[in-house]
Design a protein around this ligand. Structure first.
Ligand SMILES: [Mn+2]
Length: 391
């Protein structure tokens, strides 16, 4: 049986394009034949391995655990192995204790090898499986992709993948509903609710459809669960230290391009001064996006060896092309990138590139990237981080 636990990561709206989908998959509808193939695979076999992407978020872990609960109810042997542990605010999810972190050892490799089928959830690229990648890719079992990201790699044997759903959780729900909606109990409902809710930004992103609400209504009814405790467990778990970090980060908020683009930066020094880590920045970028004029919001996180960037946007403003230009990617309204360069340089380069990827007013394109004031301010911030601690 699966235990409980994990926190929600950033939520991701669905991609609007169906580029690169395997032939025979369609936007906008479940694919009954493919679901039937997966159900037959499940019925005909016993040992299943389930995995998801590095740094799992609410949809990744919620979907993985939900599918795990489902297979367990059907009497199957289920192994859950990920590259990374659950984040601090998802550890409470029902079944999270059963998720193993890949240690590279023989025992786990043998179980991966022995699985009749390997389910890969919320990720369609080998590289995003982290240290598990080669073991999963080379596993002899049937590889089943369940995912809502665009452009899947070609090495999966079966797909239940569409880009027009809110979340991987929605696809797992379709599979369970096709089998037997009566299987939906509190654990299944809680994990699927978490998956769908986090990937829709608590039901506010543009991927929140009538179908999302119909599914959630079914989860609440059949699971007998309430939303409030789940939201509290996911979002109301901040520490005082992380609030102090938020205070420092808010002081760096800068608007450019006539206020259409906003960003904040978090330096290593800020972590040291507040006793926090990058995990404590969860949700920060949302404060920038909450500014009325802002259509695209970014947060730049200084790391030991480079700079991590999260991109968020409202409505039709797509930021994944912008993120891709810096070696990252993601969904139109939520994307990320990592650049091996100093914070100040990355901020300048990324902000300067905005007009190539966003539809910014011509007048504001003219003033390009950082104003002299912004640049000076940024420099002062960066100088700050190298000063000796004055406290
Ligand atoms: Mn997802």
């Amino acid at each position: 049986m699966l235990p409980r636990s994990v926190p929600p990561g950033p939520s991701i709206p669905p991609h609007r394009r169906a580029v690169g989908q395997p032939e025979g998959l369609h936007r906008g509808e479940a694919h009954p034949l493919m679901i039937d193939s997966i159900r037959r695979l499940i019925h005909d076999h016993q040992r299943f391995l389930l995995t998801t992407h590095i740094r799992p978020d609410g949809d990744a872990l919620g979907s993985q655990l939900a599918l795990g609960h489902f297979l367990t109810r059907l009497g199957k042997d289920v192994t859950l192995i990920n590259s990374d542990p659950a984040p601090y605010n998802l550890g409470w999810l029902p079944g999270a204790d059963a998720v193993e972190v890949f240690d590279g050892g023989l025992a786990q490799r043998e179980r991966i090898h022995a699985a009749d089928a390997v389910f890969i959830l919320d990720v369609n690229a080998e590289e995003r499986l982290g240290r598990l990648a080669s073991a999963v890719r080379n596993a002899p079992g049937t590889k089943v992709l369940i995912d809502h990201h665009p452009d899947p790699e070609p090495w999966f044997d079966l797909h239940h993948a569409r880009t027009d759903v809110s979340s991987t959780g929605e696809l797992v729900y379709e599979l369970i509903a096709a089998e037997d909606p009566g299987l939906i109990d509190a654990d299944l409902a809680t994990t699927l609710y978490t998956a769908i809710m986090t990937d829709t930004g608590s039901f506010r992103y543009s991927n929140t459809t009538p179908q999302v609400h119909r599914i959630v209504a079914t989860l609440l009814e059949r699971g007998g669960i309430e939303p409030a405790p789940i939201h509290t467990a996911l979002f109301d778990t901040r520490t005082m230290e992380s609030l102090r970090l938020l205070g420092k980060a808010l002081e760096t908020v800068t608007l450019v391009y006539d206020g259409a683009v906003g960003y904040m930066v978090v330096t290593q020094r800020m972590y040291r001064d507040t006793g926090t880590t990058s995990e404590d920045t969860e949700g920060f970028v949302g404060y920038v996006l909450s500014i009325e004029s802002v259509r695209a919001a970014l947060i730049f996180l200084e790391t030991e060896s480079g700079t991590k960037i999260s991109f968020r946007s409202k409505g039709d403003t797509a930021v994944n092309g912008w993120a891709r230009a810096f070696g990252g990617g993601g969904h139109p309204n939520a994307a990320g990138a990592y650049v091996r360069a100093d914070l100040d340089q990355v901020v300048r380069d990324v902000i300067a590139a905005a007009p190539r990827y966003l539809d910014l007013a011509p007048a504001s394109e003219a003033n390009g990237a950082l104003s002299p004031e912004d640049a000076a301010y940024l420099s002062s911030l960066l100088d700050l981080k190298t000063e000796p601690d004055s406290r």
